[in-house]
Design a protein around this ligand. Structure first.
Ligand code: PMP
Length: 355
């Protein structure tokens, strides 16, 4: 029996996507060749890249609005540096809401001044700071929409006249937002989009070309756009599986339809965390809770062995918290069925009854 996969990433992908991907590894498009052994310049692969780029823009409602989608390598971590390389002339503003924001700040500091507009670091990132002001003379504002490790999520984004850059690695394609408010969005594929190895970058072209430094070709968005995301050999498998997942999302009714299911999953689990006397949520304010990653603890550590064992027996996998938070983290990405959350809730209730 397939496990209930609550892994934080790499994580669950739709079963139909895995089947299609497995078939393409053996025989792609009836070419009698594997997807992995054809040229990335072949017309069959160029069509994959074009489709993936265009589907990403369509899902976000950014088709024909001056944006370009790229599938790059180096993970979201490379984007910490690449965004600064392309956009930071003198000063940038960063909201620090977790480990990944912190790492983005560290890279940006290599290239210019960083103003941390607010930070929840001293409370181990258990809330989202609000009511901060963004300096109008900064080159851009950077934030992380969903903090995978701590289980917090931005429900509101600030209004600002400067370009807004967002790391959406762990909640892209999971909820409807006005994506045109963002000038650059990036996301590692390995949560809601596909396997590790590709990073989606969606960038508004008009913000590029404004810094005075020389930008190495691989780090230069303009070069990558000019080469239609094929400046060098792309990660063909990761791009292909991302394309399949974006098609799966389209067949499922797009972001608006998946958001409804994501809301149901999060409501079901958080209601149980709040009701069940054995558990407590990690996030300080309910309004900051992430719908993708729910972090919670057992109040009585002595029950850990029983809870872990019951989880295992129910086929639940990947639910341990990150080492910097401890406890548990249930990641409920797009491909996780509601039924898996129901099984988790059932385990929580069983353990409560037995305690
Ligand atoms: N940002 C966020 C929000 C993440 O969750 C992660 C990885 N879990 C990263 C950045 C880093 O991504 P990568 O490993 O692709 O560099």
């Amino acid at each position: 029996m397939k496990k209930h996969n609550f892994s934080a990433g790499p994580c669950i992908l739709p079963q139909s996507v895995l089947q299609q991907a497995a078939a393409a590894v053996k025989n792609f498009n009836d070419l009698n060749l594997s997807l992995l052994e054809i040229s990335h310049r072949s017309k069959d692969f160029v069509a994959v890249m074009d489709t993936a780029r265009s589907l990403a823009l369509t899902h976000l409602g950014l088709q024909n609005k001056g944006y370009q989608a790229l599938f790059l390598q180096g993970g979201a971590s490379m984007q910490f540096l690449m965004t600064a390389y392309n956009l930071l002339e003198k000063k940038a503003a960063y909201l620090n809401t977790g480990t990944w924001s912190d790492k983005a700040i560290k890279e940006a500091k290599l290239l210019g001044e960083v103003v941390e507009v607010a930070s929840s670091k001293s409370d181990n990132f258990n809330y989202i700071p609000k009511n901060y002001s963004i300096p109008g003379d900064a080159d851009y504002f950077h934030c992380t929409s969903n903090n995978t490790i701590f289980g917090t999520q931005l429900q509101q984004f600030p209004e600002t006249d400067i370009p807004m850059v967002c790391d959406m690695s762990s909640d892209i394609f999971s909820r409807q937002l006005d994506f045109s408010k963002f000038d650059l969005i990036y996301a590692g594929a390995q949560k809601n989009m596909g396997p590790a190895g590709a990073t989606l970058v969606v960038v508004k072209e008009e913000i590029l070309g404004k810094v005075s430094r020389a930008i190495p070709s691989m780090l230069n968005y303009k070069v990558q756009i000019g080469k239609e995301s094929m400046f060098n050999t792309p990660s063909v498998f990761a791009v292909y599986v991302s394309m399949l997942t974006l098609q799966w999302l389209e067949d499922a009714g797009g972001i608006s339809a998946i958001e409804k299911v994501n809301n149901q999953k999060a409501a079901l689990l958080y209601a149980e965390i709040d009701r069940n006397s054995l558990f407590e949520g990690y996030v300080a304010k309910k309004e900051d809770r992430s719908k993708m990653n729910a972090t919670f603890n057992l109040k009585d550590e002595q029950l850990k062995a029983t809870f872990d064992d019951t989880l295992k027996q129910a086929g639940i996998s990947g639910i341990n918290g990150h080492r910097s938070v401890g406890g548990y983290r249930a990641s409920m990405y797009n491909a996780l069925p509601l039924e898996s959350v129901a099984v988790l809730v059932d385990v929580m209730q069983t353990v409560e009854k037995g305690a």
